[in-house]
Design a protein around this ligand. Structure first.
Ligand code: AMP
Ligand code: ZN
Length: 142
């Protein structure tokens, strides 16, 4: 499964170069071309799924194992004090390349990146209505 216009599909096929650090049957990892910090790595499903909603569970399970392995490699090789794992779904959420990928960004105390989403407090009724809606969809009756 590939999209002929997709840059990550072209990287998977070896049609454009990338700085690969890992590859197996279903997953590939390479350095982000515009790293937020040195060692910023993308872990990418080899097949073209636009978002996390499209990937089969087995592929996601394998990808998650690669995520963990890359995370520990980054921690040790880059002396990272911390690590952000980010994954965007849809342009409204900041996704610019619609081919499923996870960002792993090594972090250190003084890297200047910061990280802050404005959080807010919602009324209790709205929180509970939201919980009910989601729990029902999840089949959770706890
Ligand atoms: P996003 O879709 O917003 O999660 O991010 C896409 C990421 O892909 C950005 O961080 C880009 O810097 C990165 N990127 C774009 N083109 C390439 C490329 N040819 N090789 C490696 N990384 C890339
Ligand atoms: Zn693709």
């Amino acid at each position: 499964m590939r999209d002929p216009n997709c840059i990550f599909c072209k990287i998977v096929a070896g049609e454009i170069p990338s700085k690969k650090i890992y590859e197996d049957e279903t997953t590939i990892a390479f350095l982000d071309i515009y790293p937020a910090n040195p060692g910023h790595t993308l872990v990418v499903a080899k097949d073209h799924f636009s978002t996390i909603l499209g990937i089969p569970e087995d592929n996601l399970y394998n990808l998650s194992k690669v995520l963990k392995k890359v995370a520990s490699s980054i921690r040790e090789s880059m002396n990272a004090e911390g690590l952000n794992i980010l994954q965007f779904n849809g342009s409204v959420a900041g996704q610019t390349i619609p081919h499923l990928h996870f960002h792993l960004i090594p972090r250190s105390k003084d890297d200047g990146l910061g990280f802050a989403w404005p959080h807010r407090q919602l009324p209790e009724e709205e929180m509970e209505a939201t919980r009910k809606k989601l729990a029902e969809k999840m089949g959770y009756r706890g």
